[in-house]
Ligand binder design. Structure first.
Ligand code: LLP
Length: 425
């Protein structure tokens, strides 16, 4: 069998993560378990970071995709920046050895407490999404006798041509500041004592598999930059957000380095010499973490019915929500592929919802007890997991060469109810 992955591959008919057999991981740590490859994380980051030698480039990792401390740690050691959307994410970055000066703070609803923490930590930049947020930030910064570095997230109104739930750059989305209002808000911001304008940013959506929407967004951002320059407002960075897609099935997203190079070329075309005045920033989540992880699960029961064959597995929508929520496709790799006749299976979890499925209509030779890996589960897998049906969260394991390290233990019942109380007598 073939997996199309360099790090999750078959060796003598046994699926490995780097040099570790997934069967051994299941035996040691149980299932369901998310398994990450350190080499895959590092390589993905490096493909971005090394794509534009000689250029000032900060590749941030959008930690919402997978915020496990070990994942952050390995990227921090590579020199990655981070993109956060909450005070909790800031604490994770710092706890993992990441640096506030290389961290940008995104999100439409930053709380006053989160803003205070981020100012105190000294984040690189606040990506501000509304006039109201700008004024809150200004007031808090002045109150703290400091000045907040700010970039306005503009909404370029381009169609990323992706799933409507993960498309963010259209006028009707809640995200960003409308193009036609951006210059006026920059002018206002430039008058505020608690604000220092440093950049401009956008993020048009996620799982984007073409270059064109990124370049269209860049063009819109550069149009604004020119208007801002005419208005006497000088900025020092351009942040194009994240959103580069991965091949869950037969998508053909541009290679990571190609996106960076195409953006740099367009910058040079449009700005000439002045392109060098701007540091270029990105906030990639999925393209770094997605292919670096699988969800390892075991078949509990086979349940053929008159109309469908169900394989009930021990992972469920609480572990990997993407299929239920977006109809997302994740490839299924048997850990020890069987010879013999295949049948068409729906892989479903133990949760009491018909929407609890992880894969549909897959041709597999299966027996109860078999181990399966759901591919490309490194991003928005564990990060979107829940305790629905009082299921403890899965374990997480990081493989590094021949070593497998438990980087989050399986959640036990005591941990699940730790914050809860019965009623008084
Ligand atoms: N920057 C901002 C401001 C974002 O909102 C996001 C993702 C990113 C960067 C990173 O995007 P990425 O490079 O990962 O595409 N749960 C969905 C994806 C939601 C993405 C939300 N924002 C999924 O599982 O497909």
């Amino acid at each position: 069998m073939k997996t199309d992955s360099r790090v999750f591959a078959y060796r003598q008919d046994s699926l490995h993560a780097e040099e570790v057999a997934l069967a051994d991981i299941a035996a040691r740590f149980g299932t369901p378990t998310f398994v990450y490859s350190r080499a895959a994380l590092v390589q993905a980051y490096r493909e971005f970071a090394s794509a534009a030698p000689g250029r000032r480039l900060l590749v941030c990792y959008a930690i919402k995709a997978n915020s496990n401390l070990a994942v952050l740690d390995c990227l921090a050691r590579e020199g990655a920046g981070f993109d956060i959307v909450s005070g909790g994410e800031l604490k994770r970055v710092l706890a993992a050895g990441g640096r506030a000066e290389r961290t940008v703070f995104s999100g439409v609803g930053k709380s006053a407490a989160d803003i205070r923490e981020a100012l105190a930590a000294g984040v690189r930049c606040f990506n501000v999404e509304s006039a109201a947020e700008l004024h809150r930030l200004d007031a808090i910064a002045r109150d703290m006798n400091t000045v907040a570095p700010v970039s306005l997230r503009v909404n370029p109104d381009v169609d990323a041509r992706t799933h409507p739930y993960i498309s963010t750059g259209l006028r009707d989305n809640k995200f960003g500041i409308a193009h036609e209002q951006a210059v006026a808000l920059y002018r206002q911001a430039s008058q505020l004592a608690g604000i220092r304008l440093v950049g401009i940013d956008c993020h048009i959506g996620s799982q984007i598999t073409e270059l064109a929407p990124f370049l269209a967004a860049l063009d819109r951002v550069l149009d604004l930059l020119a208007e801002l320059r005419d208005a006497g407002i000088r900025l020092s960075h351009i942040d194009l957000g994240g959103g580069l897609g991965i091949a869950y099935a037969d998508e053909t997203p541009p290679p990571r380095a190609d996106l960076i190079r195409a953006v740099c070329e367009r910058l040079d075309e449009r700005l000439g010499e002045a392109a060098g005045d701007y540091e270029l920033m990105f906030e990639f989540g999925r393209a770094i973490a997605g292919p670096a992880g699988v969800l390892l699960t075991r078949v509990e029961y086979l349940k053929p019915t008159p109309s469908k064959q169900f394989a009930i597995i021990d992972a469920a929508m609480n572990d990997l929500l993407r299929p239920s929520l977006y109809g997302a496709y994740h490839r299924v790799w048997p850990v020890a592929p069987r010879q013999g006749a295949t049948r068409t299976w729906d892989l479903v979890g133990p949760i009491c919802e018909s929407g609890d499925w992880l894969a549909r209509d897959r041709e597999l030779a299966l027996e109860a007890g078999d181990l399966l890996a759901l591919a490309d589960a490194g991003a928005y897998g564990m990060a979107m997991s829940s305790n629905y049906n009082s299921r403890g969260r899965a374990a997480e394991v990081m493989v590094d060469g021949a070593q497998a390290l438990l980087v989050r233990k399986r959640e036990d019942f005591e941990h699940q109810i730790a914050g809860e109380r019965r009623l008084p007598d």
